[in-house]
Design a protein around this ligand. Structure first.
Ligand code: TXA
Ligand code: MG
Length: 507
């Protein structure tokens, strides 16, 4: 791995493995006590108590150590649900590791047939007397019996809980190691690293892909429908580069790819119908167009200035691994150049846009082969089918009832189904200079105002800044917005298309 290996501190590592060993031993002894012949029971019991008290003491030390030394970061980000699961398992574990010996200690201390506890004697060490829980031996006989039996039941329960948590803990660590493609298990090793096995793809490739996205680069990403050309949804510069690589004549809204509903809800509003659809078809080939709530998570340019966003959680394991490693929404149109068929094999995808990417992930041939079905679920409107695709109409109708058709306008350009971002102020195009009361979006000529589309006359930069400049200009509540001429070259065509729409000349 190119990432640095983060480890727990040495103290934490030693305590972790010591406690793990003692816990296994203790659980084994606890079980053996149930069936051991009477003659062996006394020694075994004394050992069991020694180990239990050692666990109690070491857990207290471990807790103190943990509070003084925070654990190392994860190699790949955790979803909020995973973070909660991890916290519950870890703190639950500490709680049980304390409750288990304490309940045993209470059981012994309140036992009407009293035996004093001497620990470590069977380990070749001089025995150390261990006190009873104060006050319990002076209870009445009846109270002692009741307390012993309650403590015994609790002790049993905590023992099983410890075994369960241990299993959960191991499964969690394995899951991270194998599926989340972030090596985590070495974090608890004093040295070396566990060979990193991942399913289907090389983990190095996924990590490289995630880094390329973080750096603002493009990545060829397999999905179950078609190969996508992926970029960080929150990075306008990366999205502009993506449009350029595809040679898109104008900015169509892109689909934001996420790991699931929870991730999607961080930036978009899902009503009851949208939740039902996501729960029924995600991960899978269904894109749901919903209102955007965090316009920075999926930038203006990626949404073509709409106040909605198309979201989907793909099921392809490599794609999911990439999304998890990256940790945020990823925009990806099909990886073909504009106007050509979508690629469904790695080789085709490389032929189409491989020249523009910083990383490419071979996920084999796509299993669905047609693009995702796109439905719009917007407030006050019916669920509309915008594009037929990988999920059949019948299946969707079984979940949310009959689908409304997209009207003709929306069919020609799905992006126009809902309002494009159009400023309130009237727009005047090809303006050489602003008139009094107008805000001015400059272009080139070293025009450096906050509303300059690009001081150096770079059409790609103009594309990145277009929607935010329009929004900023509108905030000034000007009489009008004057825009300097932008050449039709490269992405300039798309900038002008969008400007003409905003000015009301088109559609
Ligand atoms: O299967 C797929 O959906 C593939 C893979 C890569 O995920 N992606 C794909 O993206 O086909 P693309 O960009 O080729 O098509 C996206 C479709 C377009 O028809 C677009 O207009 C529509 O989704 N769309 C996206 N966001 C929208 C929005 N906010 N409102 C209306 N339509 C939207
Ligand atoms: Mg396409």
């Amino acid at each position: 791995m190119d990432r640095p290996l983060h480890r727990y501190s040495l103290g934490a590592i030693v305590l972790h493995w010591l406690i793990a060993y003692l816990l296994l031993l203790c659980l084994y002894q606890g079980l053996a006590l149930r069936t051991a012949p009477a003659a062996a029971k006394f020694d075994l019991f004394r050992d069991h108590k020694t180990v239990g008290i050692a666990i109690l003491l070491l857990t207290c030390v471990r807790l103190a150590w943990r509070l003084a030394h925070p654990p190392p970061p994860y190699a790949s980000p955790l979803s909020p649900l995973e973070r909660i699961a991890s916290r519950v398992t870890h703190w639950g574990f500490y709680a049980v590791l304390i409750a288990m010996p304490v309940s045993g200690w209470m059981m012994v201390s309140s036992s009407p047939i009293h035996t004093s506890t001497v620990i470590f004697r069977n380990w070749g060490l001089p025995g150390i007397p261990w006190p009873d829980v104060p006050g319990l031996q002076s209870l009445s006989f009846g109270h002692k019996v009741a307390l012993t039996s309650t403590s015994a039941q609790a002790h049993d329960l905590f023992g099983w809980s410890a075994a369960g948590l241990m299993a959960l803990h191991i499964v969690g660590a394995l899951k991270h190691q194998l599926f989340n493609l972030g090596p985590v298990m070495h974090r608890m090793l004093p040295f070396g690293a566990i060979p990193f096995v991942a399913l289907k793809v090389s983990p190095g490739d996924v990590a490289k892909g995630a880094r390329a996205l973080q750096d603002g680069g493009l990545v060829l990403m397999p999905t179950e429908t078609v190969y996508g050309l992926a970029a960080d949804a929150s990075n306008p510069e990366a999205i502009a580069q993506l449009f350029e690589a595809k040679g898109r004549p104008r900015f169509n809204p892109l689909i934001a790819h996420v790991t699931g509903l929870e991730a999607a809800r961080r930036f978009a509003r899902f009503d009851e119908r949208a939740v039902k659809l996501a729960e029924a078809f995600w991960p899978g080939p269904l894109t749901i167009v919903v209102p955007i709530t965090d316009v920075t998570a999926v930038c203006d340019l990626a949404r073509a200035g709409l106040d909605t966003v198309g979201v989907r959680a793909p099921s392809h394991p490599t794609c999911r691994a990439l999304l998890m490693a990256f940790g945020g929404p990823v925009c990806a149109p099909s990886a073909n150049r504009s106007g050509r068929p979508s690629p469904t094999t790695f080789e085709d995808a490389m032929d189409e846009t491989g020249f523009a990417v910083q990383a490419s992930l071979d996920g084999g041939p796509c299993t669905v082969g047609v693009e995702s079905t796109v439905v719009a679920v917007l407030p006050g409107g019916p669920v509309r089918l915008l594009r037929p695709g990988g999920v059949a109409r019948d299946a969707i109708e079984a979940v949310v009832g009959p689908l409304a058709e997209a009207d003709d306008d929306a069919k020609r350009s799905p992006g126009r189904l809902v309002r494009h971002y159009a400023p309130d102020a009237p727009i005047r195009l090809n303006a050489a200079a602003p008139e009094p009361g107008e805000a001015f979006l400059g272009f080139g000529d070293g025009f450096h105002g906050p509303l300059s589309l690009s001081p150096n006359g770079d059409v790609r930069e103009a594309a990145q800044r277009l929607f935010s400049c329009l929004r900023e200009a509108d905030k000034l509540k000007p009489k009008g917005i004057a825009v300097a001429p932008v050449p039709e070259t490269g992405l300039g065509e798309a900038v002008n298309d969008r400007l003409r729409r905003a000015a009301g000349f088109v559609g």
